[in-house]
Design a protein around this ligand. Structure first.
Ligand code: PEP
Length: 245
């Protein structure tokens, strides 16, 4: 059985010293032999510091975005080859905060996923409906379209289901809702990608805490968790790691 993946998304938090301390605590708390794959995603400017702290540990390094081109005149952007070059292995793409705050559309996310894979990174593509879409009964349509538009046809990465209304609210989706959407996403992946879609790893994200991690990580089709707020507290994040199968 594929091991679960627990990813910490540190977002735009902390200074260098905070990133170093957090990375060290996570590296010390994760053993190499058992449990899930563990990934932390600091901000771009903290990647090298965190890479040094994680060196020799069982924790992998991830980034929170990348550009869809490998190089060129794109002021302020960071390419996938640049990330791979400094030891990044995973990259979060299409996070709802980037879709909303940087007008990232499915097609752009898809191009980024292609760029990430060709640089040898594992793309972690986020999908999720807003509260309004959910209330209007559109959750499944929205997720279906996001999968179709954001994942390249040869996608071999990870999908993260992150209902926008559950992110950063302290209120994760209910176990029944997660189970329902996971079953839908699995069926959709199988429909759109055939055999590959049957084994693609699907994470849940949205206010995961140590309190509910165990139940969430045991829902059928949940292949791990994408953790925001709780990943900034080493003990909380490590409790979530320990709650994994
Ligand atoms: C996220 O932003 O990816 C996330 C899951 O955040 P939080 O855990 O804080 O809801």
């Amino acid at each position: 059985m594929t091991s679960q993946v627990i990813i910490g998304n540190w977002k735009m938090n902390g200074l260098v010293a905070d990133a170093r301390t957090l990375a060290r605590a996570v590296a010390d708390g994760v053993s190499s032999d058992t449990g899930p794959r563990v990934v932390v995603c600091p901000s771009f400017v903290h990647l090298s510091t965190v890479a040094a702290e994680l060196s020799g540990s069982a924790v992998a390094l991830g980034a929170q975005d990348c550009h869809h081109e490998g190089r060129g005149a794109f002021t302020g952007d960071i390419s996938a080859p640049m990330l791979a070059d400094i030891g990044v292995r995973y990259v979060i793409l299409g996070h709802s905060e980037r879709r909303a705050g940087h007008q990232e559309l499915d097609e752009m996310v898809r191009q980024k996923a292609v760029a990430a894979a060709s640089a040898g990174l594992v793309p972690v593509v986020c999908v999720g409906e807003t509260q309004d879409q959910r209330a209007a009964g559109q959750a499944r349509d929205v997720i279906g379209y996001q999968i179709e538009g954001s994942l390249p046809q040869d996608f071999a990465g990870i999908v993260a289901y992150e209902p926008v209304w559950a992110i950063g609210t302290g209120q994760s989706a209910s176990i029944d809702d997660i189970a329902d959407m996971m079953a839908f996403i699995r069926a959709e992946l199988a429909r759109q990608f055939g055999e590959g879609g049957k084994t693609m790893q699907i994470l849940y994200g949205g206010s995961v805490t140590p309190r509910d991690a165990s139940a969430i990580l045991r829902v059928a089709e949940v292949g791990g968790a994408l953790v925001g707020g709780a990943s900034l507290k080493p003990e909380s994040f490590l409790d979530i790691v320990r709650a994994s199968a």
